[in-house]
Design a protein around this ligand. Structure first.
Ligand SMILES: [Zn+2]
Length: 462
């Protein structure tokens, strides 16, 4: 073995000082292994971004992908990776593969529709038409290439490269990725946190704790703040319910179809069984969230309740557009859960159009809102918002409930990082600049860990 082949390298291609587009490349023993292949989200139309974005590497040279979890900001570029020549295995948990099918097919459906509409628009003024960057067949090939690995079961990917997935507690099937690079002269371990779960969340496990690593890539979405506890969040939620009832209004909750929705259905089920949802009807207006909830129910050994939908009898799931429109007739007492989570598209926008300009309605944000998204404009205090070709005045009362986040808060990140006994090199990814800078400061002050902030295209040899 040459000295050269004993140099391991990690290169950062995405989710560097931002929270979307997760993608890093590990080179070990002449193999190139992508950790995630995520889509960038927020700011502008999807099809425009996809048309402009190029992989900063040759997809044909990538030997394998290890996927931390199914969320599109970690998986959304996989169809395009295949379109451009990748043909290797995609390692993930069985749960991730199940969710991936729903997420990628839904994203492709929306994307192809957008391309058709855009081309009609362009044809009208004689503009140049655009082509989709990948096809439905490419999506199916992603699923064919998935090779599933259960938690805590080491798998040899190739000579000298062994991967183990650990439960990250973020969404169903989410994983912390541990890769051991075994060489004649040195053996090194890289740990990629993926998205770490909120250890106070109701449905998911506490993120697995690891003690050995030489290099750690750690997410820092909430590196600059702590979440309120589940108990505090519960009380805040009850207060909003009481106020909305007094206002004779409704509650709109933009939710991510995967993870947030299921946690919320569970929380609402708990409230229902305590008799605290009297007079409220719950609407889940997201066909994708419904499909995902069914996947969660398939793996219900994760919790000891009945299926999530059985647990919440006042739940109405909209299957058709007509069902969705029927919700508009409900004048008060509706709690509407709809996507997308950052309000960049989906049915939540229709409900905003109908209800955001009424002062008696309430909007609750339960997930992270990235810069440039409609959700972020709203929580930043916009008085008017523009979307779907209309201007809407914001009169509803807005709330942010961080306690329902699917991400670890600052103290949980510090605790997780503090378990490593081998003094690894820390690289911070998946967080906005301010958040990562704060996290780096407190890691140093409280744990004596000198963490570096990953920048796009930078490499680190170990
Ligand atoms: Zn995620």
């Amino acid at each position: 073995m040459t000295a050269q082949s004993n140099n391991y390298r990690i290169q950062f291609f995405g989710a560097t000082q931002e929270v979307t587009g997760s993608c890093h490349c590990l080179t070990a023993h002449n193999k190139k292994i992508l950790l995630d292949c995520g889509m960038r989200q927020g700011g502008g139309e999807n099809f425009v971004r996809l048309a402009e974005e190029q992989f900063p590497f040759n997809p044909k040279e990538i030997d394998a992908v290890i996927l931390s979890h199914a969320h599109l900001d970690h998986s959304g570029m996989l169809p395009r990776l295949i379109k451009e020549g990748f043909a290797g295995p995609i390692y993930c948990t069985p749960e991730t593969k199940s969710l991936l099918k729903i997420l990628l097919e839904d994203a492709a459906h929306l994307y192809f529709n957008d391309v058709v509409y855009e081309n009609v628009r362009r044809a009208r003024f004689g503009g140049v038409l655009i082509a989709a960057c990948y096809s439905a067949e490419d999506v199916q090939r992603v699923l064919t290439l998935c090779k599933t690995i259960s938690y805590d079961a080491p798998l040899t990917l190739s000579d000298g490269v062994v991967v183990t997935l650990h439960d990250a507690g973020h969404i169903l099937g989410s994983a912390i990725v541990e890769v051991r690079c075994i060489g004649e002269q040195k053996t090194k371990t890289l740990v990629f946190s993926g998205d770490l779960g909120n250890s106070d969340a109701a449905l998911m496990a506490v993120p697995a704790v690891l003690e050995n690593a030489d290099v750690v890539l750690m997410e820092g979405t909430y590196g600059d703040r702590n979440h309120k506890t589940r108990a505090e969040t519960y009380n805040e939620f009850l207060a909003i319910l009481a106020q909305a009832k007094k206002d004779q209004g409704n509650i709109l909750i933009p939710t991510f179809a995967v993870g947030r929705t299921q946690d919320l259905l569970f929380e609402l089920g708990c409230l229902y069984h305590q008799g605290l949802l009297e007079g409220w009807r719950i609407f889940l207006d997201s066909p994708m969230a419904q499909a995902v909830t069914e996947i969660y129910d398939q793996y219900k050994n994760f919790w000891d309740q009945k299926s999530l939908t059985e647990f919440l009898p006042t739940l109405t799931i909209s299957k058709s557009v007509e069902d969705s429109k029927a919700i508009n007739q409900v004048k008060q007492g509706a709690i509407i859960l709809a996507g997308s989570g950052m309000c960049t598209g989906g049915r939540i926008r229709h409900h905003f159009r109908d209800r955001l300009w009424h002062a008696n309605n309430h909007v609750i944000f339960v997930g992270f809102q990235a810069v440039g998204t409609l959700g972020r404009h709203l929580i930043d205090g916009a008085k008017k918002v523009h979307f779907n070709g209309e201007e809407i005045v914001v009169k509803s009362q807005l709330h942010t409930l961080g306690g329902y986040s699917a991400h670890a808060g600052q103290q949980q990140l510090l605790d997780w990082a503090g378990h490593f006994k081998t003094e690894p090199v820390f690289w911070l990814v998946h967080g906005e600049e301010q958040s990562l800078q704060t996290l780096a400061d407190v890691l140093w002050q409280q744990k004596g860990i000198q963490a570096r902030i990953a920048t796009k295209g930078a490499s680190f040899y170990f």
